[in-house]
Design a protein around this ligand. Structure first.
Ligand SMILES: [Zn+2]
Length: 499
C-alpha cells in the first residue's frame, strides 16, 4: 500500500477520531561499568576501546549482572509506584544485527523487575495518570556508522563501521500502558510525560538523561479510532524521537496522517516508523516483529534476580525528593497557580525558574521571562529553553533592573535579545547601547515641552477635556527618547504641564 501524501488538519482529525498513545522510553543508566562486564561506560571514548570478551560475545565468556544497575532499576520502579518482583530472570532475545555481536541481547521478557505503576502529569491544570506497564533491564547494542553516503544511512553508503563501546551499557526500558481519553491533549500529554519522566530520572541520579547524546530515547505509539468506537485502532511505533519537542510533533503528525488513511477507507498498517526532525514527518520502517520472532527464552548463563524485601525497603527509604513533591513545595513557596506551575514544568523550565529565583528574581518575574520572551526565542530557533545562550543569573539581573525602574519591559526585551546574541552581561549591554530608562525629570521635561510645543491641536483637545489624547503626546515622547522614557512619569509630566 502506498503512502498517502495528504494529512487531515489536526482539529478536524480530533473532531472525528480519538487517539490512544503509548510510550516506550529507553534510559541509559549512569553506572560506572557495563551491565554484564567491567568495561567503563564513559561517553565519547575512542571507538572500540571500551570492550572485552564479554561485551564482544566471544566464545567462553560469561556475563555477571551489575548490582548497581539492578539497584538503579528498583529505584526507578519505586519512584514510578511499581511493584518490585521478588524473583525474576533475564531472557535471551535472539536476533542478528551487526551491532549485536552475540546475535542475541540479554533483556527481560515475561519477568520484568518492576510492574504496574503510574506517573501523574499535569497539562493545562488537568491531571492525566499515565499507567506504567513495566520497567525492565537490558543491555544496549553497539552503534553502526555508515560511511561515504550523503545521508549517513546504509543506503548509498560505501562501507560501514561498528563501534562496540555502547554494547553492554545498562539500559532500562520504561513502558507505559495505553493512555486513552486524552483527546486533543494527546501530543502535549506525551511530551509532558517524557518531561516528567526525565526530571524524575534526573532527581533519582540514575542517568544523565541527555536526549541529544542518546541516553534517553523515546518510541511513541499512536493509534486512532472513530469517536465512540468500541475498539482501539491499529498502532504505529515511531522511532528516532530525540527531543521533547519531537515527541509532541511525532504524535501530532501521526494523528493527522492516520486520520487521512482512515478517511480514505484504508487500514493503518502496524509498523515501525521513523520521525524526521527536519520535516516533522514520519516514514515507514520495517513492519513490526512479533515477540515470537525473537524466540525469547530464560538466559541460561545468569542466575535469577531475587532482591530481598529488606534491600528494597532500604532503597525506598533512600529515595530523594521526587519532582511532584518538589513542584508542590516550590508552588507553595512561590505562590503561583496550578496552571502557572504546570506551564513551567511542561516547558521544562522548572530548574531554570528555580535558579533564576535563587539568583534574586521574584518567582512571577522569573516565570514571565522564561515562559514569555525566552520561550518565543527558543521556539523560533527550534531548541529547548535550556539550550538558549542566557543564564538564570542574567535573567535575574534583567528582572532586577526592571524592578529598580532602570529598564522597562520593552527595553528588557532588547537586553535579553542582546544577551542571546552574545553581547555580554546585562549591565554592560545597557551601558554600551545606552538603554537605561530616562526617568530623571530634567531630561524628560525638555522632551515633554518640545512635544507639547509641536502639537498645539492635541494640546487644545486635552485642554477641552479629551484626556485620552494624552496617549498621542506620550507616543511622541517615547519616540523621541527611543523607548527609553519612564512612561508613567512622562504621562504625569504631560498632565502637570497642561494643568
Ligand atoms: Zn566488556
Amino acid at each position: 500500500m502506498s503512502e498517502l501524501a495528504e494529512l487531515v488538519p489536526y482539529d478536524e482529525a480530533l473532531s472525528r477520531y480519538e487517539p490512544v498513545i503509548g510510550l516506550e522510553t529507553h534510559v541509559e543508566l549512569g553506572t560506572a561499568t557495563k551491565m554484564f562486564c567491567g568495561c567503563p561506560t564513559t561517553f565519547g571514548l575512542e571507538p572500540n576501546s571500551a570492550v572485552c570478551p564479554v561485551c564482544l560475545g566471544l566464545p567462553g565468556s560469561l556475563p555477571v549482572a551489575n548490582r548497581a544497575a539492578i539497584e538503579y532499576t528498583i529505584r526507578i520502579g519505586l519512584a514510578l509506584n511499581c511493584s518490585i518482583a521478588t524473583w525474576c530472570r533475564f531472557a535471551r532475545k535472539n536476533y542478528f544485527y551487526p551491532d549485536m555481536p552475540k546475535d542475541f541481547q540479554i533483556s527481560q521478557y515475561d519477568e520484568p523487575l518492576c510492574t504496574d505503576g503510574w506517573l501523574d502529569v499535569a497539562v493545562d491544570g488537568q491531571i492525566f495518570r499515565v499507567g506504567i506497564e513495566r520497567v525492565h533491564l537490558e543491555e544496549d547494542t553497539g552503534k553502526s556508522l555508515h560511511m561515504g553516503g550523503a545521508t549517513g544511512r546504509i543506503h548509498g553508503a560505501d562501507y560501514s563501521l561498528v563501534d562496540y563501546n555502547r554494547a553492554g551499557i545498562p539500559l532500562v526500558e520504561v513502558v507505559t500502558k495505553p493512555v486513552a481519553g486524552t483527546g486533543s491533549h494527546a501530543p502535549v500529554v506525551a511530551r509532558a510525560y517524557v518531561t516528567e519522566l526525565r526530571d524524575l530520572l534526573r532527581a533519582l541520579q540514575v542517568s544523565d538523561v541527555r536526549m541529544e547524546e542518546g541516553s534517553l530515547r523515546c518510541d511513541v505509539n499512536t493509534s486512532l479510532a472513530p469517536r465512540g468506537a468500541s475498539e482501539w485502532g491499529t498502532r504505529t511505533e515511531t522511532k528516532n524521537v530525540n527531543s521533547l519537542r519531537s515527541v509532541e510533533r511525532a504524535v501530532r503528525f501521526e494523528i493527522e496522517r492516520q486520520a487521512a488513511v482512515l478517511d480514505a477507507g484504508q487500514k493503518v498498517v502496524q509498523e515501525t516508523r521513523h520521525f524526521h526532525e527536519d520535516h516533522g514527518n514520519t516514514t515507514p520502517g520495517r513492519s513490526k516483529e512479533e515477540a515470537q520472532d525473537y524466540r525469547y527464552f530464560p538466559e541460561p548463563d545468569l542466575v535469577p534476580v531475587a532482591p530481598d524485601a529488606q534491600w528494597v525497603e532500604q532503597i525506598r527509604a533512600s529515595l530523594p525528593e521526587l519532582p511532584a513533591a518538589r513542584l508542590a513545595r516550590l508552588q507553595s513557596q512561590w505562590g503561583l497557580s496550578d496552571l502557572e506551575m504546570s506551564a513551567i514544568s511542561n516547558a521544562g523550565a522548572l530548574m531554570l525558574v528555580e535558579s533564576t529565583v535563587a539568583a534574586g528574581a521574584a518567582p512571577s518575574d522569573a516565570r514571565k521571562w522564561w515562559l514569555g520572551e525566552l520561550a518565543r526565542h527558543a521556539n523560533e530557533a527550534g531548541i529547548e529553553l535550556s539550550e538558549l545562550a542566557v543564564t538564570p543569573a542574567q535573567v535575574a539581573r534583567v528582572s532586577e533592573l526592571v524592578k529598580a525602574g532602570a529598564l522597562n519591559d520593552k527595553l528588557a526585551r532588547v537586553v535579553l535579545e542582546a544577551i542571546l546574541a552574545g553581547e555580554g552581561e546585562p549591565d554592560a549591554i545597557v551601558e554600551a547601547r545606552g538603554l537605561a530608562v530616562v526617568s530623571d525629570d530634567s531630561a524628560l521635561v525638555q522632551t515633554v515641552d518640545a512635544v507639547i510645543a509641536a502639537n498645539p491641536d492635541v494640546v487644545a483637545k486635552i485642554r477641552a477635556g479629551k484626556t485620552a489624547a494624552v496617549g498621542a503626546l506620550l507616543g511622541d515622547v517615547m519616540k523621541a527618547t527611543r523607548g527609553r522614557a519612564d512612561a508613567t512619569r512622562a504621562r504625569e509630566l504631560i498632565l502637570q504641564r497642561l494643568a
